[in-house]
Ligand binder design. Structure first.
Ligand code: MN
Length: 256
């Protein structure tokens, strides 16, 4: 099995080696990651400058590739150009910090898995839900177990999994829940200040407020100390609105 690992925390992510070692148990691993942190880069790809790829060594002196692109660029490059044959699995992570609820849409980690799914490959994103996380051994082991399952049971086309793991010792994790995307809200997103030259600046740094936790959501599962696995579709169409919207637009649509 060929596995492509990418992430949005970049080549210096402390989770890279544990994940590579775990997935290396079950397949041949290729690592292509951004050369610096690209968190919150969402699904962006680089069209207006050339991408470079460079070989570097991980702390165990194994090979990894870095690019000046985004996480989604890494997947595109890996699948369409660099790997000898398309990978059987794309794993994006392990992210330091949660990727839950609406944050999924901002996340470079999640959207790299989305890119994998777009390219027709079994893909999942993996995050540990604390920015202070130090130990990625359990998350890496979980990623390996999930990878084994996905190889036997491939996901449907255009679906990927977003996996979040509580930052807890393994024995304190309360279980695994298949969840739906929750809803939260950011408070105080735009922080205005004045720079040393007297010019105003704006710094986006909201506090995430999960509000009341709804049953069955990724937010609730994590709050309860469970691993959250959300199956995510690429089709964002609001199907329930299609008939109503047709009616609403009837007056202005003169074409048949
Ligand atoms: Mn990140």
């Amino acid at each position: 099995m060929n596995i492509l690992i990418t992430n949005d925390d970049g080549i210096h992510s402390e989770s890279l080696l544990p994940l590579k070692e775990a997935l290396g148990q079950i397949g041949k691993v290729t690592i292509i990651v951004p050369d610096r942190e690209r968190s919150a880069s969402a699904h962006s790809i680089t069209l207006h400058k050339p991408l470079r790829v460079k070989e570097v060594r991980l702390p165990d002196s194994s090979k990894a590739l870095i690019t000046n692109g985004t996480p989604s660029d890494c997947v595109v490059l890996g699948v369409l150009e660099i790997m000898e044959r398309a990978p059987d699995l794309v794993v994006s992570g392990i992210n330091r910090g949660p990727n839950l609820a609406e944050d999924m849409t901002y996340s470079g980690t999640v959207c790299a898995a989305m890119e994998g799914a777009l390219l027709g490959i079994n893909s999942f994103s993996l995050s540990v839900t604390s920015y202070e996380a130090q130990d990625f051994a359990f998350a890496a082991k979980f990623g390996e177990a999930l990878a084994k399952i996905l190889v036997r049971n491939p996901l449907p086309k255009n679906v990927f999994l977003n996996v979040n793991i509580p930052d807890l010792p393994e024995e304190q994790i309360k279980g695994i829940e298949v969840t739906r995307q929750g809803k939260g809200k950011y408070q105080g997103v735009v922080n205005k200040g004045v720079d040393p030259k007297g010019r105003p600046y704006y710094w986006l740094a909201g506090e995430f407020d999960p509000g009341e936790l709804e049953e069955g959501t990724d937010l609730k599962a994590i709050a309860e100390g469970k691993i959250s696995i959300t199956p995510v579709k690429l089709d964002l169409t609001a199907y329930e609105l299609v008939p109503e919207l047709k009616n609403m637009l009837g007056g202005i649509l003169k074409c048949p």
